[in-house]
Ligand binder design. Structure first.
Ligand code: DHB
Length: 389
């Protein structure tokens, strides 16, 4: 079969791209190795920038975020045992929404189904070929039938272990990495919310993040060692660790049964450029951020906004101006988000290499942010999301 845009990966980036292209009259086929139920049960991050929420609403994906999500007008930074609220609304007139990535996926998958989009889940043996001259995706579908999808442009939205990225020759790209000497231990528990908004805590025992999901389910994380095996951690140990990092000065966690434990990967990565011939990378296929600051999904959707405009422009006019500019345009935001995620990470985590000076300096940095309107405003701007173009 032939289509205008072949899309590898049906996560939020691939599905949003397919959805937006369809609204611009451009055909696409989306190919995904995982099954829909497998994606729907993978736990991912939970915070949407206002620009990501607008993408869902303005493009008629779903308004479920408004009914089932929670608007947050700030966060708390906690250090030296005290909480300091960063008031997004007052500082920049914006907010974010607590709405899990899994729900964003469900909304997009339902919208593609509703609109008759061609999305193949659960495919095997997928390969992308001839990305410079005559791109195609070859795969075996869930029924065992072999397919070859020929396309004019190929979008690689297949996540951090992208098969598309491998089609960019080593000589045509450069990779930028940063590893961190720690990871995150994430839990889901059955308990009422401990706080109305997220708490990002710096403590001598390491970082912790108190997040939420619903009135009865909560999401929390704490900094751990890289090789931590979550199965080795009992509930008592988990609560003790979270407690000593965030409790005090009248604040106490609401505890409850822990029903999910995972250790999250933690690194920064950028592949430049995000284009090779007719292949365009977006989202985690092109770059990864550490989870601090919740930029991963939001950055993927921001890439897609730029990529959609570029492809829609090409199919409407034949001009490749937008496609030629895609990588540079997207990377400008990517590097801002890389900086923000790195900055939040380094400001909040306990580094095993840090000495007493580093620790005091970190507290000085946190104090600067919370006592300076300029400092808090910069955090609020970055956290709620820079404007899409
Ligand atoms: C969540 C994850 C993050 O990485 C973050 O910065 C905030 C919230 C979450 O899963 O709720």
């Amino acid at each position: 079969v032939a289509t205008q845009v072949g899309i590898v990966g049906a996560g939020p980036a691939g599905l949003m791209l397919s959805h937006l292209l369809a609204r611009s009259g451009v055909d696409s086929v989306v190919v995904e190795a995982r099954t829909r139920p497998a994606i729907e049960t993978t736990i991912r991050a939970g915070i949407l920038e206002h620009g990501s929420v607008r993408m869902l609403l303005d493009n008629d994906v779903s308004d479920r975020v408004l009914r089932e999500g929670y608007e947050h007008e700030g966060i708390e930074l906690r250090f030296n045992g005290e909480g300091h609220r960063i008031d997004f609304r007052a500082l920049v007139g914006e907010s974010v929404w607590l709405y899990p990535q899994t729900d964003v996926f469900m909304d997009l998958a339902a919208a593609r189904e509703r609109d008759g989009g061609d999305v193949r889940y659960g495919v095997t043996d997928s390969r992308v070929v001839d990305v410079v001259d005559a791109p195609a995706i070859e795969f075996t579908d869930a029924e065992g039938v072999d397919w070859r999808v020929e396309c004019e442009y190929l979008a690689g939205t297949d996540g951090s272990r992208s098969i598309c990225r491998r089609e960019v020759p080593e000589t045509a790209r450069r990779s930028y990495f940063r590893e961190y000497p720690f990871a995150w231990f994430g839990i889901l528990c059955e308990a009422p919310p401990s706080a109305p908004e997220l708490i990002y805590a710096n403590s001598p025992h390491g970082f912790a993040l108190i997040s939420q999901r619903t009135e009865t389910v909560q999401r929390m994380y704490f900094q751990c060692e890289k090789d931590t095996d979550p199965a080795q951690w009992s509930e008592e140990q988990i609560w003790a660790e979270l407690g000593r990092r965030v409790e005090g000065n009248g604040f106490e966690l609401r505890r409850g049964p822990v029903f999910e434990k995972t250790v999250l990967p933690f690194r920064s990565f950028v592949c430049e450029p995000l284009r090779h011939g007719r292949l365009l990378l977006a989202g985690d296929a092109g770059h990864t951020v550490p989870p601090t600051g919740a930029k991963g999904l939001n950055l993927a959707l921001a890439d897609v906004a730029v990529l959609h405009a570029a492809l829609a422009g090409y199919f409407a006019t034949g001009s490749t101006t937008g496609i030629d500019a895609y990588s540079d345009t997207a990377l400008t935001r990517v590097w801002k988000a890389q900086h923000f995620s790195y900055w939040m990470t380094s400001m909040l985590h306990e580094s095993p290499e840090a000495n007493a000076f580093d620790r005091k300096r970190q507290l000085g940095e946190l104090t600067s942010v919370v006592t300076s309107r300029a400092g808090s405003t910069w955090l609020a701007e970055a956290y709620t999301g820079w404007p899409h173009r």
